[in-house]
Design a protein around this ligand. Structure first.
Ligand SMILES: C[S@@+](CC[C@H](N)C(=O)[O-])C[C@H]1O[C@@H](n2cnc3c(N)ncnc32)[C@H](O)[C@@H]1O
Length: 234
């Protein structure tokens, strides 16, 4: 069996990626009542899984890192939501995802850890698996990342993540949102952003290029006021 490149980052006391959930996801969960089944693909040590469980979902956390999944269960127990979190050590490409089966699907920096062809196949399966009241949150590394072998990242001299070796598929500008806008995805985009961000959560501080997408089913209109929430009812 291949060595887990994420064992040490998840084994260390100061667990990689920290405990803060993805910003747009937690903003959504704070505004819209969550219930039903959630799937966290490439859950890592579970920062998004725990947020989903605390929001009321029954969560299936999937990852190839056994150490990460142990951390998910530890954190779920500490947060008092152990009964709402299940883990499965499996390749995201082999996860069972029947149509219309998950009310929240999260993939925070995992579509970029598999080949471009596989990531599109997985994306199509994810969008099929989302229920009509479902929410989808996806984040990927982009070609703006200094670890990318494409411009503009390839020209950057900013420091690169200690785990950059695991990223093999940097997304091009607009790629993720263009997938979301394909009619067959049947999504309505609530938020999309491409940006640079410094990461202080693991190893020496380093820069990232990221794209993040928050979407619901086309035709769904949850009470979403943005991130940060703009002009909610007082
Ligand atoms: C950058 S980490 C992100 C972890 C978590 N989503 C977060 O944001 O904190 C990427 C995770 O994807 C997992 N991963 C990479 N390729 C995978 C695959 N083919 N199947 C399942 N998990 C995978 C890694 O083990 C790692 O935990």
């Amino acid at each position: 069996m291949l060595k887990d490149p994420f064992f040490e980052p998840y084994d260390r006391e100061d667990i990689a990626y920290g405990e803060e959930p993805s910003a747009a996801l937690i903003s959504y969960l704070n505004q819209v009542d969550g219930s039903g089944r959630a799937l966290d693909l490439g859950a890592g040590a579970g920062r998004d899984s725990i947020a989903l469980a605390l929001a009321g979902y029954h969560v299936l956390s999937v990852d190839l890192s056994n150490r990460g999944l142990e951390r998910v269960l530890q954190r779920a127990a500490s947060a008092g939501v152990r009964d709402r979190v299940e883990t499965h050590e499996v390749d995201v490409r082999n996860v069972e995802m029947p149509a219309d089966s998950f009310d929240a699907i999260v993939a925070t920096t995992v579509l970029d850890h598999i080949s471009p062809e596989d990531s599109k196949i997985l994306w199509d399966r994810m969008t099929e698996a989302l229920t009509d009241k479902g929410v989808l949150y996806v984040q990927v590394h982009t070609t703006e990342d200094p670890g990318s072998d494409q411009p503009p990242g390839v020209f950057s001299d900013a420091p690169v993540s200690e785990t950059a070796g695991a990223v093999i598929n940097y997304f091009s500008p607009n790629q993720l949102v263009s997938w979301a806008c394909e009619p067959k995805s049947r999504l309505r985009v609530l938020r999309y952003e491409e940006r640079l961000e410094w990461d202080y959560t693991h190893g020496p501080e380093h820069l990232h290029g990221k794209a993040s997408l928050l979407a619901v089913r086309a035709g769904a209109y949850p009470p979403w006021y943005g991130q940060p929430a703009a002009f909610p009812k007082r």
